[in-house]
Design a protein around this ligand. Sequence first.
Ligand SMILES: NC(=O)c1ccc[n+]([C@@H]2O[C@H](COP(=O)([O-])OP(=O)(O)OC[C@H]3O[C@@H](n4cnc5c(N)ncnc54)[C@H](O)[C@@H]3O)[C@@H](O)[C@H]2O)c1
Length: 267
Amino acid sequence: MHRELEGAFSLTDRSAVVTGAGSGIGREAARVFSLAGARVAIGDLDESGLGDTAKEIERAGGEVVTRRVDVRRREDVEALVDAAVLGFGGIDVMANVAGIIRNRRVVDTNEAELDEVLSVNLKGVFFGCAAAARAMAASGGGSIINIASAGMDQPAEGLSAYAMSKAAVAMLTRTLAVEMGADGVRVNTIAPGFIDTSMTRRHFVDDAGRVDAKTRDALWSTMSSQSPLSRIGNVKDIAHAMLYLASDASAFVTGQTLRPNGGVVMP
Ligand SMILES: NC(=O)c1ccc[n+]([C@@H]2O[C@H](COP(=O)([O-])OP(=O)(O)OC[C@H]3O[C@@H](n4cnc5c(N)ncnc54)[C@H](O)[C@@H]3O)[C@@H](O)[C@H]2O)c1
């Protein structure tokens, strides 16, 4: 590839923060940002998963710092951003990935369950946005990437709190893009479709890690059949889209929702 294009997609000499990096999409985003040249500060509730992500990055020659973070706690999220600012001299990319899903119909959802989903998926992203936007504005700008879901476009039974939280994340993105553009801060949403991670594996993997292959095959076949590309997604599909939004290749893109969903929904 020509140097001009390599430069557009490179994160050399940049620093990136990723929440939810102990697993799935967050782990792959942290790995890909590191391969693109960034120093990465990663946070998650799951310290063991976080350690595995860090080992993978270090084995490939990357620089990483880890912090146990509960994104529901504003001070935890701010401490993670501070770790990048102090440790790496600034923050250029913030990826708010941590999220949870609960299957419950509206009529069956109690207040605690509603609060739990909104606290992680919406308030956690809000805290990450605020901390990163402040730090980026002080140093000339950056790129914030918020992970929503195809669930924000397409209602599905049992996903009310989840879908509400993700639709709100997209609106938060657009509001922040308006507020921070003059400071050089771009803010975008990624709304993935069905991706093979522990979040979707919960349907066919039990607590002991046993896989129910029949249920898996049936689920994957149903989800694949909804896509014009006839497959489900993988973490690279999302991490590569995130690299585009993190890098200068997307320098004129802000306030947008990018939908790596295999064409399952086309709003
Ligand atoms: N897998 C999919 O099909 C899919 C589709 C659309 C959107 N998403 C979104 O992608 C994001 C990542 O999900 P994933 O599929 O990689 O699932 P995952 O379960 O593999 O990863 C989620 C990570 O978030 C962490 N986390 C949960 N609560 C946290 C908290 N309070 N503080 C800090 N970390 C916390 C978990 O420990 C885990 O490491 C989520 O926001 C999810 O809603 C996933």
